[in-house]
Design a protein around this ligand. Structure first.
Ligand code: DGY
Length: 418
């Protein structure tokens, strides 16, 4: 074990709160959905039982309708805002009211494929829960059956303040009675590396709408303040459907296979709605107005991971990837550096995230784009070696920013090996 491996293991153990892992102390003191899934992959490298526990505790918070919420509040922690009193989920354990990118089935398949018969048995009771989660996405986030799922809050994308959401956020009217509130994130982290106040006003406006309609998901999708198509969630769901189908085969769950196959077929067609012909790339799109975002993001690059689009479209995406990588010292930036809205240090408006790199590299390798994949993997390795296990990194300077001792950055390092 190298020094960095030991450090990564230390971080996972330090962020373990007994069966679930927090992303980092103080800034994010609860269990987050996709952070937790990636934590499981990290644990699987040295403690398989603990890895499975992470997924099992996450699913303890699944809603009766199948939704897997984005934050699970097992205790009240004043270090974080907005906490359970703002969300009012009316569930046990309390949670937030929307979801996050559905990586769980892909993580579970990876743990099964890297394990033995006992891992397959551990996955068995999770299968119906994952199937219900995918059904929830396909039905509640795509009530018209277009094959493209929407997100009701930028936080549902996991890429909170990405310029992808600017067009949808600009259309949100902040009500007079939103009330005063106190952010906590900017007490832990330099405000220049976090979303703006105007964005937080809108994040809370969406939560107010959700709370007031009792988190009625169809109402959120049809009439909520925000509903956008996200290449990230769409592509991650497509890949997760494919991985869930493989799990169904391994587990002999024949009845589910046809259903998952239909979801996949519909989503493969639906993702074409995200192809922006002006930019010649997959982009976010406001599903209320049809308007496209005009920027290429790290999530656009997950087309490979999903096997989405035509050969021609993926070839165009590979050209964009090479161009973007040539503009930064470290890839892959969360937003196109050539775009005027790029900001090297502001959270999802430019910085590099190890976990997105992990997914991009997986997809690029599968698509045979091995040179691009190697470059991104090598950049990630250099970032961690020089800066440490930070939440995100400046793509120009390589500086580590946001939270430190970060769970999913440590997990990616362990999965990839030194
Ligand atoms: C935050 O609080 O910034 C989280 O990313 C929301 O999920």
């Amino acid at each position: 074990e190298s020094r960095l491996d030991q450090e990564a293991i230390r971080i996972l153990k330090a962020n373990d709160r007994g069966g679930f892992t927090i992303p980092t102390a103080r800034l994010y003191p609860y269990q987050w959905n996709w952070d937790s899934a990636f934590a499981a992959l990290g644990f699987a490298e040295f403690d398989r039982d603990r890895a499975w526990r992470e997924i099992e505790t996450l699913f303890e918070a699944q809603w009766p309708d199948g939704m897997l919420p984005h934050i699970v509040f097992r205790q009240n922690d004043p270090d974080y805002f907005p906490g359970p009193a703002i969300w009012q989920s009316n569930t046990e354990p309390p949670s937030s009211g929307h979801s996050q990118p559905p990586v769980t089935a892909s993580v579970v398949l990876r743990m099964v494929q890297g394990g033995d018969a006992s891992d397959l048995e551990r996955a068995r009771p999770l299968f119906a829960k994952m199937l219900a989660f995918h059904r929830w996405y396909h039905e509640m986030r795509d009530p018209d059956g277009t094959g493209l799922v929407g997100i009701v809050h930028p936080w549902e994308s996991g890429r909170d303040n990405c310029p992808d959401w600017d067009i949808g956020m600009d259309r949100i009217a902040v009500p007079d009675d939103l009330g005063p509130y106190q952010r906590r994130d900017t007490e832990h982290i330099d405000p220049a590396e976090r979303p703006s106040t105007a964005q937080y006003d809108r994040y809370l406006t969406i939560i107010k709408f959700g709370r007031e309609c009792g988190w009625d998901h169809v109402e959120m999708a049809r009439n909520g303040p925000f509903f956008m198509g996200d290449p990230g969630v769409q592509f991650i769901l497509m890949r997760a459907d494919r991985d869930l189908l493989r799990l169904a085969e391994l587990l002999g769950e024949t009845a589910a296979q046809e259903q998952i196959g239909r979801w996949l077929e519909r989503a493969s067609a639906g993702c074409q709605l995200l192809w922006n012909p002006e930019v010649n790339a997959f982009c976010a799109r406001d599903l209320r107005t049809g308007e496209f975002s005009d920027g290429i993001t790290s999530a656009s690059m997950l087309a490979f991971y999903a096997g989405a689009g035509t050969d021609e479209q993926r070839a165009a995406m590979a050209v964009h990837a090479a161009r973007i990588l040539d503009q930064v010292a470290f890839g892959f930036p969360s937003f196109d550096p050539a775009h005027p809205r790029f900001e090297a240090k502001r959270y999802w408006r430019g910085p590099v995230w190890a976990i997105i790199n992990f997914l991009i590299v997986d997809g690029l390798n599968e698509a045979g784009e091995t040179q691009l994949a190697e470059r991104i993997r090598d950049d990630t390795r250099r970032l961690v070696e020089t800066a440490g296990f930070f939440e995100y990194f400046d793509p120009q300077s390589g500086e580590g920013i946001g939270g430190s001792d970060f769970t999913w950055t440590a997990a990616v390092h362990l999965v990839w090996g030194s």
